[in-house]
Design a protein around this ligand. Structure first.
Ligand code: NAP
Length: 642
C-alpha cells in the first residue's frame, strides 16, 4: 500500500509544476526532492537554507538560490512524474537526521530524533495509534466516559475506538471542536501554524490560511470526527455536572444535564476529562456591570444577533482574543474603545493572515513528504527553544525589564517591532510597550493589524483602570465617561479553576475542587491520587506558554492514557491510581522548575496563568521532548492497582 504521506501521483505539465513551485517553501521542497530522487547529494552542495526562525519557511535563501532550486526541482519532479510517481524508497536514519539538521541549520540532538520521526510519520505508520491486548469481552466490560469533544476529547474517542473500548463522549456544544466551536468572535484564528496545529495522523492539504480562522478549524475537527465515525458516540448539548467514584463497584457514576434540562446518568469504569483550561468564560467583577442597558457579551459567547454597524463599542480586556477582535470590527463600528489593563508583547509575523497559495496546496498533495517536512519545519523552532527565553537568570539586573540576557534580546526585538509601527509617538509608545519582561504572558502573533487599529481616529486605547459601568457607558477611575452602546468582554477564561464547575468526587467522597483549591496538580498532568481510573487531558500543568502545540501534548497524554487502560483491562485490575509519593515528587519538581520561569516571576503582575498567590499551576515548565519521553509508556511502578 502506498505510504499516505508520499502524496497522490500526478501527470501535471512542466508549466503547471513550475507555477506551483513559485509558492512553496524551497528548503522543504529540497527534502522532498531527496525522497523523489534518492539523491542525498542534492542537499550537500551550495544550495541550502541560511538560518532558522519561527515562521520563516524559506530559510532566508536568496532569490537567486531559490530560483536555482526551482530549476533543479523541475528536472527531479518531471523525472519522478515520468516514472509514474513511485513510492519513494525509505531513507535511512542517518540521512534523515542529516536532512533534519540541514533544514533547521543546526544540530538536532539525538534525544529529539525519535520524537520528531514519530511526529512526522515518514514511514506512513501512526505509531501513537492505540491498541488493546485485552480480550473483546474484557474491553466490553470497561466502558469509558469522555468529557468534552474538543481537540483532545475527539482524539480520545479516536484512540478508544482504535482500541475497541466502548465509550461515550459527553459534549455541551452541538458539534465538535471545543474552543474552535465556541469561539466564533470576529477574527478568531489560531496562532500556531496549521500544518503543525492538526493531528499528526490527520494532516490536510486543505488549509486555506497558514493560521486558519475559526470556521475552518471547526470544519477540520468535524471532518476528522466524521472520518473516524466518532459522532455516533457523542451525546451533544449535554453537560457533565458531576462524576462520583464508587469504591465498591469500582465504577464512576457520571451525571449529565442536556440543554433541555433533562438529567441522566452514565456508568463508566474510567473517565477521561477533556475539557481543557480555556472553556469557561471569565467575567471581571466591575461595579455596575449588570446595570448596563445595551448589549453586553463575552468574546466566547459572541452574540451574532447584535449588529455592530454604527454602534459605539467598548472592548474590555485585550489579550489573545481582544487582540484579534479589535482589528476585525474596527471598520464596522462607529467607534471602538479598547480598555486594556496590561499591554501585550507581540511576536512579529507579517504572514499571520496570509492565504495558502495553490502551489503550496499542490505540493502538499503531490510531493512526497513535503507536508511532513513542513510540519517539522514549523515544529522545531517552536519546540523547546522558547524555554530558554523564558527562564529567569537570578543574577540578571533589573528584572522588571528582562529576566535574562536572551530575554532582553527578545524584548529589544519585540520593542523594535512595536516602535517601527508607531513612529515617533511617545504617548502611544508608553501605552503599548509592556512594562514586564517579554514572554511573561502568552506572546501574541502579530502582522501589524493591532497597532494599525489603535492608531485609527475612531479607535481609542484606554489604559486607565475602569471604575464602574453604568446604564450607558464605562467610567474610568479618572472620572472620564465613555458612552457606549455595546460592551464586549474579552476578559479570558477561568483557567486556574481547572475542571470547574464540575464536581468530581473520588475515594471517600473526596472533592477534587476542595483537594486542589488554587493549586490543581496531577501526576504528569494526567492522574490524581484518590481518583482512581480518572484521567485528564490538557489537565493541570500541561498548558504551553512558550511553543509547541496543545495537540502534540494531547497526543502524548492520550497515548499514556491508552497505556493505562491497557494495564487496567488486560491486567484484570478494577482500578489504578498514581502513588501519592510519586505525585508529590512530580508536583514539587514541577513547581521548582516553574519558579525559574518568567511566567511565575513577580514582574508579571497578573496573567491567566497565575493564581491569587502568584503561583503557576496550569502551565508546563518542561521541555516537550521530556514530556514526550515521560508519557510514552506508563510505568506500573508509578501506580497502585486494585
Ligand atoms: P486573556 O489572554 O487572559 O486576556 C484577558 C484580557 O482581559 C487581558 O487583557 C486581561 O488583562 C483582561 N482582564 C482580565 N481581567 C480583567 C479585569 N478584572 N479588569 C480588566 N481587564 C481584565 O484571555 P483571551 O484573550 O481570551 O485568551 C486566553 C488564551 O486563549 C490565550 O492566551 C490563548 O492561549 C488562547 N487564545 C488563543 C488564540 C489564538 O490561537 N490566536 C486566540 C484567543 C485565545 P491583563 O492582561 O491585565 O490580565
Amino acid at each position: 500500500m502506498r505510504n499516505p504521506h508520499a502524496g497522490q501521483s500526478f501527470t501535471c505539465s512542466d508549466e503547471e509544476i513550475a507555477e506551483a513551485l513559485l509558492d512553496v517553501s524551497i528548503p522543504t521542497l529540497m527534502l522532498s526532492l531527496v525522497h523523489m530522487s534518492g539523491d542525498a547529494a542534492l542537499i550537500r552542495g551550495a544550495l541550502k537554507p541560511a538560518g532558522l526562525f519561527l515562521n520563516e519557511v524559506q530559510g532566508y535563501m536568496s532569490e537567486d538560490d531559490k530560483a536555482a532550486v526551482r530549476t533543479l526541482a523541475l528536472d527531479v519532479i518531471g523525472d519522478y512524474r515520468d516514472r509514474g510517481c513511485p513510492d519513494p524508497e525509505p531513507v535511512n536514519g542517518e540521512l534523515l537526521k542529516e536532512m533534519m539538521e540541514w533544514l533547521v541549520c543546526e544540530p538536532v540532538p539525538d534525544e529529539y530524533v525519535p520524537m520528531l520521526l514519530e511526529e512526522m510519520e515518514l514511514d506512513g505508520r501512526d505509531s501513537r495509534a492505540a491498541h488493546s491486548s485485552a480480550s473483546a469481552a474484557a474491553r466490553d466490560d470497561f466502558p469509558v466516559v469522555v468529557i468534552g469533544c474538543g481537540e483532545s476529547g475527539l482524539l480520545a474517542g479516536i484512540r478508544l475506538k482504535e482500541a475497541g473500548i466502548p465509550f461515550t463522549i459527553v459534549e455541551k456544544n452541538a458539534g465538535p471542536g471545543g474552543t474552535w466551536y465556541r469561539n466564533t468572535y470576529p477574527g478568531a484564528r489560531v496562532d500556531v501554524g496549521n500544518h503543525f496545529y492538526c493531528y499528526s495522523f490527520e494532516p490536510t492539504d486543505q488549509w486555506t490560511h497558514f493560521f486558519a480562522e475559526q470556521p475552518e478549524l471547526q470544519a477540520y475537527f468535524q471532518r476528522v470526527m466524521d472520518k473516524h465515525d466518532v459522532g455516533p458516540h457523542v451525546r451533544w448539548e449535554t453537560e457533565v455536572t458531576e462524576a462520583n467514584w464508587d469504591d465498591v463497584a469500582a465504577t464512576w457514576t457520571v451525571r449529565t444535564r442536556g440543554v433541555d434540562g433533562v438529567e441522566s446518568t452514565l456508568h463508566a469504569r474510567a473517565v477521561i476529562s477533556a475539557v481543557g483550561q480555556l472553556d469557561r468564560p471569565f467575567l471581571p467583577t466591575i461595579s455596575g456591570r449588570e446595570t448596563f442597558a445595551g448589549n453586553a457579551f463575552h468574546s466566547a459567547e459572541w452574540d451574532h444577533s447584535v449588529d455592530l454597524r454604527g454602534r459605539r463599542v467598548a472592548m474590555i480586556g485585550a489579550g489573545a482574543s481582544g487582540f484579534q477582535i479589535a482589528p476585525t470590527i474596527a471598520d464596522e463600528v462607529e467607534h471602538l474603545t479598547v480598555f486594556q489593563r496590561t499591554a501585550q508583547w507581540m511576536f512579529p509575523n507579517p504572514n499571520y493572515h496570509a492565504p495558502v497559495g495553490p502551489g503550496v496546496q499542490w505540493a502538499l498533495r503531490h510531493l512526497p513528504f513535503y507536508g511532513r517536512w513542513y510540519r517539522f519545519l514549523l515544529f522545531w523552532p517552536g519546540c523547546d527553544k522558547g524555554l530558554a527565553a523564558a527562564r529567569v537568570d537570578p543574577d540578571y539586573p533589573d528584572q522588571q525589564r528582562a529576566v535574562s540576557e536572551i530575554n532582553e534580546i527578545t524584548r529589544m526585538m519585540f520593542t523594535e517591532w512595536i516602535t517601527s509601527q508607531i513612529g515617533d509617538d511617545p504617548d502611544l509608545a508608553a501605552k503599548v510597550i509592556p512594562d514586564y519582561p517579554a514572554t511573561g504572558k502568552r506572546t501574541l502573533q502579530d502582522n501589524g493589524s493591532w497597532l494599525k487599529t489603535l492608531t485609527r481616529d475612531d479607535v481609542d486605547l484606554v489604559r486607565t483602570p475602569i471604575d464602574h459601568v453604568d446604564a450607558d457607558g464605562v467610567v474610568t477611575v479618572d472620572g472620564t465617561r465613555h458612552p457606549v452602546d455595546v460592551i464586549v468582554y474579552a476578559t479570558g477564561f477561568r483557567a486556574t479553576e481547572v475542571l470547574w464547575p464540575m464536581t468530581i468526587t473520588g475515594r471517600d467522597g473526596d472533592d477534587l475542587r476542595d483537594r486542589w483549591g488554587e493549586r490543581p496538580a496531577a501526576y504528569l498532568g494526567i492522574t490524581v491520587p484518590g481518583f482512581p481510573n480518572f484521567f485528564c487531558m490538557y489537565g493541570p500543568g500541561t498548558n504551553l506558554a512558550s511553543g509547541g502545540s496543545l495537540i502534540f501534548h494531547s497526543e502524548c497524554q492520550m497515548r499514556y492514557i491508552s497505556g493505562c487502560l491497557d494495564h487496567l483491562i488486560d491486567g484484570g485490575h478494577r482500578w489504578m491510581e498514581p502513588r501519592q509519593d510519586k505525585t508529590d515528587d512530580w508536583v514539587r519538581r514541577s513547581q521548582e522548575e516553574m519558579r525559574t520561569m518568567v511566567w511565575a516571576h513577580p514582574s508579571v503582575a497578573h496573567s491567566f496563568y497565575k493564581n491569587s498567590h502568584g503561583e503557576v499551576y496550569t502551565l508546563s515548565p518542561w521541555r516537550l521532548v521530556d514530556y514526550w519521553a515521560w508519557t510514552r509508556v506508563p510505568d506500573p511502578d508509578d501506580f497502585t492497582f486494585g
